[in-house]
Write a protein that binds this ligand. Sequence first.
Ligand SMILES: [Ca+2]
Ligand SMILES: [Ca+2]
Length: 651
Amino acid sequence: MLSHRMRARVGVAAALVLLGLLLLATPLLTEAKKHRHYSHGSRSRHLPTPAHREAQLLQHVELQAGGLRSVEGGKDCMMCTVLLGLMEQYAMDAGLPLPTAAAQWCSGLTAALPFLDANCKLMLQPIMEQAEPDFQKGISPDVTCRTTMQKCNGTVAQCTLFPVWPPPKHSAETPRLGVHHEAGLKSSPRSLHMHYAETMGKFLNVHSITEQLVQTKLADLAREGMLTNEQLKQMALQAGEDKWVPVPIPDWDQDKYASSFTYRGLQWRGKDCDDGSANVYPGRNAFQGDKDAKKDSNCNGIFGVDPATQQPYEQLLCEQYPSRGLLAIGDSATAHFSLPPTYVTPSQFTNTTYVDILKHITTEMDWPQCSWSTAYANNTFCPASKLNVSSIYQRMNERNRCNHRDFVNAGVNGASVDGLIADGDVPPANYTGQLQAIPPRYKTDSPSTVFFALIGNDICSKGEHYTPIDVFHDKALAELAYLDTVLAPGSHVIIMGLVDGRVLYDTLQDALHPFGMPYPAFYDYLNCIETSPCYGWMNSNQTIRNGASMHAMKLNQQYIEIIASKQFSNFDLHYYFPDYASLVANWTAAGNDPHDLIEPVDGFHPSQTGNMLLAGALWDWMAVNVPDALGVVNPNNDRITQLFGNQGGYE
Ligand SMILES: [Ca+2]
Ligand SMILES: [Ca+2]
């Protein structure tokens, strides 16, 4: 049975998620919100126990919106201020009364989810009617939320999101980042996977999320033999202890690859070409069996027998050029968090602004298919970029087409070295999260190239909560020791150090956020209200930024010491420092705009262009320092293309 707490959560999940995600324009970093106090060693967040996978999934999605840390009253105050700030700007641009503008916005928001339209209006209408007189007088949303709405009390009453109201009109001199004003130019990327939202909607039964329907669905699944009692028990155990694992749901053969656009599906991992067989998956060693004479067992699209030689094609074309799998362990920068600027830009609201919202929510606002490590899509299907999409995977694939689909992106928003394994976990059985999401392929089949890229979250909490150096050292070591048990001999692990996040402030300090205020004001507001995703670096106080960077460099030193002092059985270990400041400097020196490289909405993540710049720099570094990690060059590539075309593609 669903607990009382769960019942309430499921009932409002969809509405909260939609509104919450839209209104909280900062990246909602789930793992980072584990906000621990080391003196007590306790964990602050405990999840209720969902009874089955769909509830588990919904719960995770909700956490994306609800896992926000804030001071007392901070969340309400921020929701009020951001919401009014957006709605009032929209109303001004459109020349509408506030309640009318909000109703229009709801219609646009819920165009893809019409069942939520009434709820949206119901929630917003009274707020907008109450705020309308202030709006007409030109009173700022900060003041309205503080006085008329009574949403900002105590310390948060001092926080100001809009130092100037109304915010500067959009101008050529100081454009809001990510906002395009040229006629006909769309800033929103072309819709990817149009059927995806619909599929997810059906899977989640999202059109009517009620406890009763969830229970009925659960009973159906159990009756049809799709969920065993044992599975139910396992899921309950997992979720009850906060043991969410980012693997595909559903994954019928349990090989940790999916065959569809499902949750953590083929956007994240090479497509499974047979989800009914755990002996068929991307990267499988085909030479244990019939060398794919009859069936494609490794999903690289190469199978059958060459009539001229009577040898299987897999043997002819790939045996001497085995696939090297790619595995990316990381945080939101690895998962490629990107919130479309149009979602929070009042002048851009139309009735199609949010048409892909469900898809974005269920991919945790991430774009792994466009990321520096595992992008397989091209520019048409990715956020706008000044560079061609060319990930490490795509570059490896250009060298050897036998590795088609042999990649996994396990990145999780908010992941940190500290959070990757929980305090007190006994390795390896109790490891959670993405370390448990590594498919068996990486142990049982060919060696791989692994990125271990936790590049910021260990210093993102307030100073006293930065991951202590000894904790960082011990956890990094434990995590690497765990990797040694799940990787095949001959693998390479490339650690990506923490970035020097001062580049964020240095790059954005003079720019306008899509909301309409300068970035320093945006950062300070998030800090004031204690909801910043990265207090240390998203901060107008230079001393704090410098302190964060000093701590980050001390943490990086731990990696260097581990590499110097430890040996692992199944991989060699390398350290790469992502020198983002130099990337920005070189980009600017070449006559480009430095703002191109950072996500405009959150002011925190590498943008699509930034992702590709990083991939290029990392690739060049690998070619010099770990050339074997690039994989072999296969002279049969042209023949593979002639015979097998796009090898089944990716979707
Ligand atoms: Ca399979
Ligand atoms: Ca094959």
